[in-house]
Design a protein around this ligand. Structure first.
Ligand code: MG
Length: 327
């Protein structure tokens, strides 16, 4: 069977630009892909690249979509090269959505870690998120001087109720000495820091492994495992810490599922600021993966990011309307 293919590029400015060690991110751009079968049934998928994590760029994804024929076969959808991982995810998702009913499920805030603004702004931002039901918060480090960040984090820990968990995310921005300072400090907080994401850059894997064995506070790989191939590499090189799974840029969701089924890692599914279309695919996958990864059941998913983007029509499950607005 062949499917009619079309696509649209979207552009969504963040409510406030997001500051990380990778720089300031102001606009989320991606592609919505649409397939229609011969009976007129329509389905959508999303390609949301994150090139500074190693995925294809938006331009490469647009180029790929632009050279496809109007009618696609199933084999064309499933033979996209791993060099286009966000496209693999988007096309597998749209194909799956065409062949199943979508339930439009949302996760309760308790199950999602809410991303706080970087720097001191976190101190005035956690309360409304706590009131919504979030109990896990994520905060970026490695952006301001260590002494400032430590002081802000100490204030934050003094403010949030004891039941709150904090995740730190350095985005690979620390050197080994600073990472040790942070880990020493985290170990003294008696488990109030759930883990530190990617303290060192991906090519420092031996040092990351050493730190993960030396400190009690868990370390999570994120930038190191931007693709399924990298995830496998570090798994076989002995990583026993946490794995951040940015499913939308990791290629085939089917193959990711297969790997997690065979290797029940401590994985945390995480957002790359998708629209409702990509988000639904990630939530569906997260629910399936959680059954395969029992270690992960107590961890909130990295999906508490909706407050960073405008709550326009793109967050509604009214995907036909959204498509028409992009047309
Ligand atoms: Mg991260």
């Amino acid at each position: 069977m062949a499917y009619e293919f079309d696509y649209r590029v979207y552009r969504r400015p963040f409510r406030k630009p997001l500051l990380t060690h990778h720089g300031l991110w102001e606009v989320r751009e991606g592609i919505v892909v649409r397939l229609t079968n011969r009976h007129g049934k329509v389905a959508y998928g999303e390609i949301s690249p994150l090139p500074w994590f190693g995925s294809e760029t938006l331009e490469q994804a647009v180029h790929f979509c632009s050279q496809l024929p109007t009618w696609l076969s199933e084999s064309a959808i499933f033979s996209i090269l791993p060099t286009l991982p966000a496209c693999q995810f988007g096309f597998e998702t749209v194909f799956r959505n065409l062949h199943q009913d979508i339930h439009y499920s949302e996760l309760p805030p308790l199950r999602c870690a809410a991303l706080l603004p970087t720097g001191e702004a976190a101190l005035s931002s956690w309360r409304p998120l706590w009131a919504q039901g979030h109990r896990t918060f994520k905060w970026k480090i490695g952006v301001a001087p260590l002494a400032h960040e430590r002081r802000w984090l100490e204030s934050l820990l003094g403010q949030v109720p004891l039941g709150a968990k904090i995740r730190l995310d350095a985005n690979g921005g620390l050197d080994e000495l600073t990472a040790r300072h942070w880990l020493d400090w985290c170990d003294r907080t008696h488990h109030r820091i759930e883990y530190i994401e990617q303290p060192l850059p991906p090519h420092h894997f031996p040092e990351l492994l050493k730190l993960s064995r030396r400190y009690q506070t868990p370390i999570a790989l994120d930038e190191s495992i931007a693709s399924l191939e990298q995830l496998k590499t570090y798994y076989y090189r002995g990583w026993e810490g946490v794995y951040i799974l940015k499913a939308a840029i990791m290629g085939s969701p089917h193959r990711l599922k297969q790997f997690c089924q065979q290797h029940p890692i401590d994985g945390v599914i995480s957002s790359v600021f998708e629209t409702a279309i990509g988000r639904q695919a990630v939530i569906d996958l997260a629910i399936e993966l959680q059954e395969m990864m029992p270690h992960t059941a107590h961890r909130a998913m990295g999906l508490g990011t909706a407050q960073w983007l405008p709550s326009d029509g793109l967050n509604q499950p009214n995907w036909d309307h959204f498509w028409q607005r992009l047309s």
